[in-house]
Design a protein around this ligand. Structure first.
Ligand code: SF4
Ligand code: SF4
Length: 436
């Protein structure tokens, strides 16, 4: 694609990076076929190619974002399906990240949109606040039919209440600063990202990870100072907040690397993994953090990626069929496609691929709250496809997808690592006790 940025515009490193991305797009439109929003809405401006044009026009002409552009960019799930499809290697992820930051700087959203985004940014990344909010949502759930009819805020409030769990699981006993030492001698040492929303919604995931890793001879540390990876605010265009979360994590992990050492930084939510693997890019212009961020990104591993490098014993057949849902952040963001399925098969499960596996379930961070209608349609489509495989259970590697899909089906859904832990001697996941 031909571009016409001025020398002055290209002096800004972010604009220069986006200009390079824009130039790689050859307008072929292959990406439109696999874009969930184009599939549902059929509008070119809700396709990757259409959004690329909108972003180019906005950045090249130095325009502030306007309501029309924001509508189409907000509808993008950042699922990155377009990046998997694109034959030209267009780095849409970095382009949309830049565009979202530009929107945040130049566009005044309506009050209700600002309020909702502020609320999400101030609550979700902090486990204590999030837990409190979920306790409040338990009380608010019976009022949902009333609240969702409210003008303007109603649909988003309804989505929030419907996504909130109906009971709050007890907190994990694991806490920041803990070190879990394997009883059989240490082969490796890793840091585990405890995260923000996941340990509140489903603490059993990290508990299973710790049990599994220590059983395999891996020492696990939960470094003090770790927190949210920053993805939630980063995807809302709140660049500075995203960078602040990233820096806090980088400091915590760098201290470990320089102390007892780390072989990997383990992540059990693929949405977080995609962002942490991008820290090197996010902070490339920051003299104090660029090198440390790149080092952290190089050490970041999804739990299944890490497990694939260990010699896991093969298990007896379980007689259970698992529909494996590959999160977009797993398959498109991190290009991890086969490892989770191979591990599950090795553990004795029959694994089924889900039709239209490349299409997002509609979770996408806080997308299912901010765009409840599109997210609902995508969930229904995903659940239909999963149920066609007639599974006993569903496995996924991202808490956002687990919550989103779990609200649309009675089939139990668990994290891949919980199944591997179970197959290697751990307890059966709570929701599968009736199958065990
Ligand atoms: S990231 Fe997903 S929703 Fe956004 S343009 Fe690409 S394929 Fe479409
Ligand atoms: S597939 Fe790639 S090159 Fe083709 S229009 Fe989409 S982004 Fe551009």
């Amino acid at each position: 694609m031909q571009t016409n940025f001025t020398e002055a515009q290209l002096a800004d490193p972010q604009t220069a990076a986006s200009e390079k991305i824009l130039r790689t797009c050859v307008h072929c439109g292959f990406c439109t076929a696999t874009c969930p929003t184009y599939l549902l809405l059929g509008d070119e401006l809700d396709s990757p190619r259409g959004r690329i044009y909108l972003i180019k026009d906005m950045l090249e002409n130095g325009k502030p974002a306007n309501a029309e552009v924001v509508t189409h960019l907000d509808r993008c799930l950042s699922c990155l399906s377009c990046m998997t499809t694109c034959p030209s290697g267009v780095h849409y992820q970095h382009l949309i990240d830049h565009a979202r930051a530009h929107v945040e700087e130049t566009f005044e959203r309506p009050w209700h949109d600002r309020l909702m985004r502020e609320l999400l940014a101030r609550v979700l990344p902090y486990p204590g606040r999030f837990r409190l909010a979920l306790a409040g949502a338990l009380l608010g759930k019976p009022l949902r039919p009333l609240l969702e009819r409210l003008p303007v805020l109603g649909p988003r409030l309804g989505a929030m209440l419907s996504l909130a769990p109906s009971t709050l699981p007890p907190r994990s006993a694991a806490k920041a600063g803990d070190v879990f030492v394997p009883s059989t001698g240490r082969l490796r040492r890793v840091a585990l990202l405890t995260g923000c929303a996941q340990p509140v919604l489903d603490p059993a995931i990290n508990d299973a990870t710790i049990r599994l890793l220590t059983r395999l001879g891996v020492e696990v540390v939960l470094p003090k100072g770790e927190g949210c990876c920053g993805a939630l605010v980063h995807h809302m265009g709140r660049e500075h907040e995203g960078h602040a979360f990233a820096k806090a994590n980088i400091d915590a992990w760098t201290a470990e690397m320089e102390g007892a050492g780390l072989d990997a930084i383990i992540i059990t939510a693929s949405g977080c993994g995609t962002t942490i693997k991008d820290y090197g890019h996010m902070l490339r212009e920051d003299a104090a953090y660029a090198a440390k961020a790149a080092r952290v990104s190089a050490l970041a591993k999804d739990i299944t990626e890490f497990l694939a490098g260990l010699d896991l014993p093969e298990s007896e057949p379980k007689g259970l069929t698992v529909a494996y849902h590959s999160a977009c952040s797993m398959q498109h963001g991190q290009k991890i496609t086969d490892a989770p399925k191979l591990l599950l098969r090795r553990m004795g499960f029959t694994v089924k691929d889900v039709p239209e596996a490349h299409i997002c379930c509609g979770s996408a961070g806080v997308y299912n709250i901010l765009q409840p209608e599109i997210a609902g349609q995508l969930r229904a489509r995903k659940v239909r496809n999963i149920e066609r495989t007639k599974p006993d259970l569903i496995a996924a590697g991202n808490i956002g997808c687990m919550t989103q899909i779990g609200k649309g089906t009675e089939i139990p859904i668990v994290h891949t690592v919980q199944l591997i832990d179970w197959a290697t001697g751990g307890p059966a996941p709570e929701s599968l006790k009736s199958l065990a």
